[in-house]
Design a protein around this ligand. Structure first.
Ligand SMILES: [Zn+2]
Length: 480
């Protein structure tokens, strides 16, 4: 039954911007301060206090707009969105209604095996509200207003996604893009990115959209996936049993894995939007936009597609590298330095380097590794100066203490031994000590060869040239 229906998903992503001060006052914009200490009359909404727009917020918003191929309105307006909630002392939020900062964009999202284009309806800037803390000891709610006035952008997509996997890929790409642009901390656990999920279903082949439900309180990307799957199933079952879907706003409860109705039929009129009388229109000129455009780095979605197409990385490898800006930077610089071989750089990063970082919790910047040193090491391996295994040991020393790969190789005595005479001696000695394996090999158990080669490598401390050792072992076993 589920297969008879198509799921239609639109997302509204709220991202906190990491400007140094808040959007309409000079209070510090930082997470984790004592409750109600980063506040002033403006962000507490005291009568008579007047807002002054922080222009960095406009620059950050326009930056995201350009990254998502939006049209940037040279003149946009700020509006009051009126509603009451205890975390909103003014009883209105300054947002943008009919003339947002950015409109009509799109982004090509890398999805499994291809690309999915998602339309961006708009991006606007607005202020965040405070935070209610539900306290069991006092059996009530406490209010922390530090978050009031923290700048946000809201990114609203077109209803272009057709599965929870596409929605997840979109969210991952948005998060990476914010990180690459350096405009948000993207700390999910601190609520820097939150999203509302719009879901409707329709019979396959239908062109009209079904009635949609909006789900609030989705605090993680995995929660978004679960809420979409839950909601799609709920709607399909409702329709299949003869019911109709009502337009409603639902609260997602991730712990219980279900959503409940918050309110029905909510329209823009309910908020009584009107132009904010205490602020001027926002004006941004072409020169300023050009400066922002020129400051854009290569964006993660482009990077992933380049890794797939030009370097032959798998979907997973491309995503893993691009998600980590330090890794992507390391990889790109090493490819330039070496002129080729992106695959071997990628596998070094995803194996030895990732393993070291997991164990120590260090960022690349905190280790002794530089693109030059990693390239130098890969060159030594490529030229046969050291073996692959010895390379891992040298890399560990570089990560821990820094230093040049060539010197470390010499200090550790890891220069690869390709000298035939000494390797012949090694091989015949190892074979004479492993007569049983040698006999096994001669009786047809060909995998005994690997064991003997392994023993030779071990005896040499990893320094023997494995290719030559293998040839010699084969020769000895065949002839003797
Ligand atoms: Zn303030």
């Amino acid at each position: 039954m589920i297969n008879d229906y198509e799921v239609v998903i639109g997302l509204e992503v709220h991202a906190e911007l990491n400007t140094s001060s808040k959007i309409y006052c000079s209070c510090k914009n930082s997470f984790g301060q004592d409750p109600n200490t980063a506040v002033c009359p403006v962000c507490m909404g005291l009568p008579g206090a007047l807002p002054v727009l922080n222009e960095s917020v406009v620059d950050f918003g326009a930056k995201m707009g350009l990254a998502l191929n939006c049209h940037i309105n040279k003149l946009s307006r700020q509006d009051r969105k009126n509603y009451f909630y205890p975390d909103l002392p003014k009883a209105y939020q300054i947002s943008q209604a009919d003339i947002p900062l950015c409109e009509n964009g799109w982004i090509d999202v890398p999805v499994c095996g291809g690309v999915k284009r998602v339309g961006i309806n708009r991006i606007h800037i607005e202020e965040d509200a405070g935070k209610l803390l539900h306290d069991d000891i006092y059996d009530g709610s406490l209010i922390d207003l530090n978050r009031c006035g923290v700048p946000l952008i809201e990114i609203v997509t077109e209803p272009d996604m057709r599965s929870s996997a596409e929605a997840k890929a979109f969210l991952d790409t948005i998060k990476m893009t914010l990180q690459y642009l350096g405009i948000s901390d993207c700390k999910m656990q601190e609520g820097s990115i939150r999203c509302d999920v719009n879901v409707s279903v329709r019979r396959r082949g239908d062109t009209a959209y079904g009635t949609r439900c909006e789900m609030k309180n989705v605090n993680s990307f995995s929660g978004a996936v679960r809420s979409i799957e839950y909601e799609a199933r709920r709607q399909i079952e409702l329709i299949a049993s003869g019911g109709t879907v009502e337009q409603e706003t639902r609260r997602w409860n991730d712990a219980k894995g279900e959503s409940i109705v918050m309110r029905t039929k909510e329209n823009a009129q309910d908020y009584r939007y009107f132009p904010e009388p205490d602020l001027l229109c926002i004006k941004i000129d072409e020169n300023r936009l050009n400066d922002i455009r020129e400051s854009l780095p290569e964006l993660p979605a482009e990077k992933i597609l380049r890794y797939r197409q030009n370097y032959g990385f798998s979907d997973e490898e491309s995503l893993l590298i691009a998600e980590n800006m330090e890794w992507a930077d390391l990889l790109d610089k090493c490819v330039i330095e070496l002129g080729s071989d992106p695959k071997s750089i990628c596998s070094r990063i995803l194996s030895d380097i990732a393993k070291y970082q997991n164990a120590t919790g260090k960022t690349i910047n905190e280790t002794g590794l530089t693109p030059e040193r990693l390239s130098g090491l890969i060159k030594l391996i490529r030229e046969g100066v050291i073996s692959n295994t010895a390379g891992s040991r040298v890399l560990e020393v570089i990560l821990e203490k820094g230093g040049e790969p060539e010197e470390i190789t010499k200090q550790l005595g890891l220069v690869q031994n390709s000298d035939i005479d000494s390797l012949e001696k090694l091989v015949s000695q190892v074979i004479s000590e492993n007569e049983k394996s040698a006999a096994d090999y001669r009786s047809g158990k060909k995998n005994a060869l690997g064991y003997i080669v392994g023993q030779c490598m071990k005896r040499s401390g990893g320094c023997a040239n494995p290719r030559i050792v293998r040839q010699l072992v084969e020769k000895h076993l065949e002839c003797i």
